[in-house]
Design a protein around this ligand. Structure first.
Ligand code: ZN
Length: 258
């Protein structure tokens, strides 16, 4: 009798694990409208964030650089474009993460600029109202990236953060684009459309992608339909008016497209 009970428990637990693993989920900390409102303080630690996946992009506490995770390693791209490993005790004000295990591996030797690549990806995606986690590997003829400078309190608005961003040009650089496609109607909660951060193959440099040109790439992606948000509990977040105004929509375009 005991053996049968034990067997049932084992079967039940295995079934639960399989279903949890089969359904991929995207986890996001905070919402992008909070960042647009100047809430640059990190709340969740990267140590905590690691529980939700091994692949993702986002911001760093005080907006100091750009952040990304690939193969479970978390990198901060500093204002000079050089990377450093993020400590578990460091925090993020906004990050999107998942477990990346692509079921597609697509090689193409077509020539792309950034818009061309986005269009190509869009055509590959079976549904436009799902999320996609996307990894693009290749040798980029050129790639322009940006990183933000660390901000000091009282925090300036996003326009000033954009004005002081560092722009870095890479040529003939081999590396990985780590990013997501977020359905357009989630603007304000997330960053609508495509959003990529770059990491060189030797993992030493990168940044938020502004433009690129590439001759051949390998594309891996996963469609994800489950999405969870972990909202901040801090007072600034609770007190902020987070409704998306026209100005915020304009700021968001500048913020993530430039
Ligand atoms: Zn970015």
């Amino acid at each position: 009798m005991k053996k049968i009970t034990l067997l049932l428990i084992v079967l039940l637990v295995s079934a639960m694990l399989i279903s949890a693993e089969g359904e991929k989920i995207i986890t996001q900390t905070s919402t992008v409208n909070a960042v647009l409102k100047g809430l640059y303080d990190g709340e969740m630690t990267f140590g905590e964030l690691k529980k939700y996946g091994d692949f993702g992009i986002g911001y760093f506490h005080k907006m100091a650089g750009e952040a990304l995770a690939v193969d479970g390693v978390f990198y901060r791209i500093k204002s000079d474009g050089l990377s450093e490993i993020i400590k578990d005790s460091d925090t993020t004000p906004f990050f999107t993460i998942t477990s990346f295990e692509a079921n597609t591996d697509n090689f193409t030797n077509r020539k792309f600029d950034y818009d061309g690549l986005k269009e190509y990806l869009l055509n590959m995606m079976p549904r436009k109202k799902s999320f996609y986690a996307i990894k693009v590997t290749g040798i980029f003829d050129n790639l322009e990236a940006r990183t933000f400078l660390s901000q000091a309190k009282p925090y300036p608005d996003v326009k000033q953060v954009i004005e002081t961003q560092t722009e870095i040009k890479y040529t003939n650089t081999e590396g990985i684009l780590v990013g997501f496609y977020t359905p357009e109607f989630l603007e304000g909660i997330g960053i609508p459309g495509f959003h990529f951060h770059y990491l060189s193959m030797d993992k030493t440099r990168g940044g938020h992608v502004r433009t690129l040109n590439v001759n051949s790439v390998t594309i891996e992606f996963i469609e994800i339909t489950r999405f969870q948000i972990i909202l901040p509990k801090n007072k600034e977040y609770q007190d902020a008016d987070l409704s998306m105004t026209k100005t915020m929509k304009k700021d968001l375009r500048k913020f993530e497209k430039q």
